[in-house]
Write a protein that binds this ligand. Sequence first.
Ligand SMILES: C[S@@+](CC[C@H](N)C(=O)[O-])C[C@H]1O[C@@H](n2cnc3c(N)ncnc32)[C@H](O)[C@@H]1O
Length: 272
Amino acid sequence: MARKPSSEGHEGWDDYAPFYDWENARTLGRRDVPFWRNVAINAGGEVLELGCGTGRVALPLGRAGISLTGIDRSEPMLARARRRISRSRLARHVRLIRGDIRDLPFRPSAFSLVMAPYGLLQSLLRERDLTATLSAVHRVLQPGGTFGVELVADLPAWEEYRQRVSLKGWKQRKGGTHVTLVETVKQDRARHLTIFEQEFTERRGRHKTSKTFALTFRTLSVPQMARRLTKAGFEVTATLGDYRGGPWDPRAEVWILLAKRSGRSSRSQRSI
Ligand SMILES: C[S@@+](CC[C@H](N)C(=O)[O-])C[C@H]1O[C@@H](n2cnc3c(N)ncnc32)[C@H](O)[C@@H]1O
């Protein structure tokens, strides 16, 4: 039976949690981590990571002595981050909060850097969700503070395919759990959404279990995001096309925007 695309971008992550680190170790890995570490060191104060997930970025930043708060809606994703923080004795540096990024539960001007790595803002599928989040970030960021956003590059160009084995390998060699990911990619061009339907099958001896879920992301280009940041009271200071700080162009594989919170209130911005 055909699956309805999810109506909320935060859906799917609870089911994804047991496989997230396994998959990312084979894809993005930690290529973006030194970049975010440098941005955080330069910001020189409290850091907020939106959608911190399993702590892929938060933990190495905590290890570098950066004081970071991570917020995420998904309890199973946060549970993994919590275990890693406690194993690495990083509780002094990294705090985790369960919550929604559209309504940030922090005092005004609490952070010198707010960061949204790895396409997090594309989990907000409606314009009003993005507007609420940008306004919440504006409120919790110090005047002059930095907002860093990475977008997943060029989602609409993602080829559509059905039921392709996109990854397979051992999850735990000891005890022998083998994982296969079968993926379907759909484009909903009318709604500017890209939908990844994923089926993870785990085999351990003769025992086999499968989990199927969908993750949906909104298309946003760098110029579109820049306009929304300006409207929300930020000044875009850099658009970057790689993790070493090289300039962005539409064919770049990495899409990053850095912005400063300007003194103006987000409500006083003229519409664009
Ligand atoms: C791509 S993962 C990123 C995790 C981590 N930042 C990283 O780079 O590995 C996206 C995370 O955002 C969370 N998320 C999505 N929508 C959210 C929302 N509205 N509020 C809070 N968290 C959200 C998901 O639960 C998921 O853990």
